[in-house]
Design a protein around this ligand. Structure first.
Ligand code: PLP
Length: 433
């Protein structure tokens, strides 16, 4: 099924822990993460690059999953972080990830975010010339220096879902290639800015190395141009994240080894072509590290067979797992108590949100499903819990971490008091009329 997930006597286990037993103990919906799998995937990614290019830094894209326990695991592994908000800055700081390994990307940064990043001493990855001008003003006013890079839009189609493509010419992210020279000229001349690197991130769930090759080649030409035209030699080159995972058995995919094998020779060729020293190479994987390390468990409540469709109704919806609605994503679904049962029928697995788009899985061949069964949505570790909301006034689920046959609760289930949190009712509205 997956290397860390198996069916033992028909019961689905992850990291040696029975998932139905977890659903019984902690209730559903429930997110479960596998610590050992996260470590394994991190090491696989790091080692693939380090073996070909030793000066590599893996900045985990924590937008994929900011659970504090997950951040602590990756800090123990030596990961840096790619962050995009003051909240993520707060969390990586809380997890003890050192600021010198943190890069603050994100578009439309507010002055407050720029100030917080400056105070924290993280690298600020500028998304626009206007952002640079504002940061320069902040640095001048405070007499401080910011370590900066620019996110460049390499105008490459990553061949993924349109909502996951971030480096198309029309995309809102980064500065166009045509602006790069002038942007770096101004940044290099600015008092409070220390120009350190260059960045790209072309998209997410990418399943071929060719868009990376094309974008990396363009980025390295820009690195060469900056040396030739401005005599600016960069300390780091950041290729972003985006390596896809296999949500379906028959889906194409790339390994970190294939990606490293494709881009490192391009980087080396360009370095020698332009006579440059080796910069540090940054990578920002998110999904690859945590995606298949997580499952979402939900319990079957109502079964409805109409003349047209059979619906298996669950106690989760897009407020728990948003990806199917947002991206039309596919998650493999396993009946956790009869994981080895053969498929018998075709059904839609419906969420409990009052929206017609809330179908978690369409036209799936599944074994006979009974009310009370626990369903496991695989590969839910990235962009899963982190996108959960309280829509329909349902408190957010709990999260458990499994490790070597044991488990820990890492996030409590919200209660109804969380629906009230931060709300105020003006006194006049309390009056009974
Ligand atoms: C700047 C940046 N880096 C890295 C990532 C991580 O992408 P993925 O989870 O696909 O590896 C993202 C995701 O959107 C991103 O915006």
């Amino acid at each position: 099924m997956r290397p860390h997930i198996s069916a033992e006597d028909g019961r689905l286990t992850m990291g040696g822990v029975d998932l139905v037993a977890l659903a019984d103990e902690f209730g559903t919906p429930l997110y479960v993460m596998d610590e050992d799998r996260i470590r394994q995937r991190y090491r696989e990614f790091r080692d693939a690059f380090q073996s070909l290019y030793p000066r590599v830094r893996i900045c985990y894209a924590c937008k994929a999953n900011t659970s504090l326990a997950v951040l602590h695991i990756l800090r123990q592994e030596g990961a840096g972080a790619d962050i995009l908000s003051e909240g993520e800055l707060f969390l990586v700081n809380e997890a003890g990830i050192p600021p010198e390994s943190v890069i603050f990307t994100g578009n439309n940064k507010t002055d407050r975010e720029l100030e917080a990043a400056l105070d924290a001493g993280v690298t600020i990855n500028l998304d626009a010339v206007h952002e640079m001008e504002r940061l320069e003003g902040i640095c001048r006013a405070r007499g401080m220096t910011a370590r900066v890079s620019f996110r460049v839009n390499p105008a490459v189609d990553p061949g993924t879902h349109p909502h996951l493509s971030t480096g198309l010419r029309e995309s809102k992210f980064g500065i166009p290639e045509e602006e790069v020279l002038e942007a770096y000229r101004r940044a290099a001349a600015a008092d409070g800015l220390e120009v350190a690197g260059i960045h790209m991130h072309i998209g997410s769930q990418i399943t071929s190395t060719s868009p990376y090759e094309e974008a990396c080649s363009r980025l390295m030409d820009l690195v060469g141009m900056l040396k030739q035209e401005l005599d600016v030699e960069l300390e780091f080159v950041d290729l972003g994240g985006g390596v896809g995972i296999r949500y379906r058995e028959d889906e194409p995919y790339i390994t970190p080894g294939q990606l490293a094998g494709a881009v490192v020779p391009i980087i080396r060729d360009k370095l020698s072509e332009y006579g440059l020293e080796e910069p540090e190479l940054y990578l920002e994987p998110g999904r690859f590290i945590v995606g298949d390390a997580g499952v979402m468990l939900t319990r079957v409540s109502t079964i409805k067979a109409t003349p047209y469709k059979k619906f298996i109704g669950t106690d989760a919806g897009f407020h728990v797992l948003a990806r199917p609605l947002i991206y039309g994503s596919y998650h493999e679904v396993v009946v956790a108590s009869r994981a080895d049962a053969p498929p018998e029928e075709v059904v839609d697995i419906a969420g409990n949100v009052c929206e017609s788009g809330d179908i978690l899985a369409r036209d799936r061949r599944v074994p006979a499903i009974r009310p009370g069964d626990v369903l496991a949505f695989l590969d839910a570790g990235a962009y899963g819990f982190i996108m959960a909301s309280q829509y329909n006034s349902r408190p957010r689920p709990a999260e458990v971490l499994v490790h070597a046959g044991g488990y820990d609760l890492i996030r409590e289930r919200e209660g109804f008091e969380d629906l009230l949190r931060h709300q105020r009712v003006p006194e006049r509205l309390r009056e009974v009329r």
